[in-house]
Write a new protein. Structure first.
Length: 113
């Protein structure tokens, strides 16, 4: 079923029909704790700073320049972090893999608790 999307472009609202050729059924993504028999190697690991970069641009609507200043990163470094976040999220959705968010403050090899 095609879905209607609204895009803002120079203050004008444009309506368009977007159709998916992926043939996916409705899927619900839930954050869950690992269960017995769960293989953590099947997860897409994304760092908290990648989520923050993605959130600033795509949720809060900041430009990449504004977001890079807020995170105190150079524009090129911020752009790389944002592209990594986009790639990892797209991979998780397309391959139907769970997403594991890793704290950047976590010790390497630590349990994160």
């Amino acid at each position: 079923m095609p879905r209607r999307c609204c895009y803002r472009w120079r203050g004008h609202r444009i309506r368009t029909q977007v159709e998916s050729n992926l043939g996916l059924k409705d899927t619900l993504y839930l954050p869950v704790q690992p269960m017995a028999g769960f293989n953590p190697g099947e997860c897409v690991e994304i760092y908290d700073f990648e989520i923050e970069a993605f959130t600033l641009v795509h949720y809060h609507g900041l430009t990449t320049d504004e977001a890079s200043e807020r995170l105190k990163l150079s524009k090129t470094t911020f752009w790389r972090v944002l592209e990594q976040a986009r790639f990892k999220l797209a991979k998780a959705f397309i391959e139907h893999k769970p997403i594991r968010i890793i704290s950047s403050k976590q010790e390497p090899g630590g349990s994160g608790k």
